[in-house]
Design a binder for this molecule. Structure first.
Ligand code: MG
Length: 258
């Protein structure tokens, strides 16, 4: 075999290339091989204890569990006026809407509600109430097992925005649950929303919203828009004032700040 200049050049280049690869190749690092490197130990998550039926976590803030509405006030000021019958808050005629005294931002919210078994009326006039997060973003409460209305206005809808993905409603007279994970919107100094609110909702244990983006403050007419507000705002429960004979009822309302 004749050794040419070209052959020597190729040989030299190849040798240099292989050497450089070896130079930069990662040698097995003992530290990287150690599974403990990616373990997080501190801080430990706080221990939280469910308390049996109703699964009230030990760190939950109880907003209502009978016998009073001390955590609430009337939405127009003064004492909350909903009557409490056997530990159940009743959205009675002319008793106004209620709002929490305390303000909340990102949260896990649990609410139990039922429609009166002898409900009358149709559509939006059939057991209308609502869980209004931060006083602006409504998860609709309505009789939707039997009655139909516009889908983004039925029970579980983010009112006039997103219909529930499925209708998980129970019959009138049966207790129903909302388990809501809410992420409050963030605004910049100019008052523009920079991170819209998001919500995930379990309705009777069924996901009906999966990290849905909220488009802005609830609007009955026109498209919703954001208006700047505090990171934490009170929770509002609606008295729609058209359920006088058959009020919606509430019990076991609790919240965890996230
Ligand atoms: Mg409503």
């Amino acid at each position: 075999m004749k050794i040419t200049k070209e052959y020597l050049l190729v040989l030299l280049t190849s040798t240099l290339l292989i050497s450089s690869i070896n130079l930069f190749a990662q040698k097995p690092d003992k530290e990287q091989q150690n599974p403990a490197t990616t373990e997080t130990w501190e801080p430990f998550p706080e221990k939280v204890f469910p308390e049996g039926t109703g699964s009230l976590p030990s760190d939950a803030i109880v907003l209502f569990n009978g016998p009073n509405l001390n955590a609430w006030e009337d939405a127009k000021g003064g004492k909350a006026r909903w009557p409490i019958i056997d530990g159940i808050a009743v959205v009675a005629s002319d008793s106004g809407s209620i709002v929490t005294k305390r303000a909340f931002g990102d949260c896990q919210l649990h609410v139990e509600w039922r429609i009166a078994p002898d409900i009358t009326g149709e559509g939006q006039f059939r057991g209308n109430s609502g869980i209004i997060l931060q006083g602006r973003y409504e998860i609709q409460v309505l009789e939707s097992f039997e009655s139909q209305t516009y889908s983004n206005g039925q029970a579980g809808a983010i009112y006039k925005q997103h219909p529930p993905m499925v209708n998980a409603s129970k019959k009138p007279g049966e207790w129903q649950t909302y388990d809501i994970n809410f992420i409050a919107p963030r605004f910049n100094e100019k008052g523009n929303v920079v991170i819209p609110a998001r919500v995930t909702v379990l309705y009777n244990g069924v996901f009906i919203h999966n990290n849905a983006e909220i488009w802005g403050t609830e609007a009955f007419v026109g498209m919703p828009q954001y208006g700047m507000h505090n990171l934490k705002e009170p929770l509002f429960i609606q008295n729609h004032s058209n359920n006088h004979k058959n009020p919606v009822q509430y019990k076991n309302i609790w919240i965890r700040e996230l």
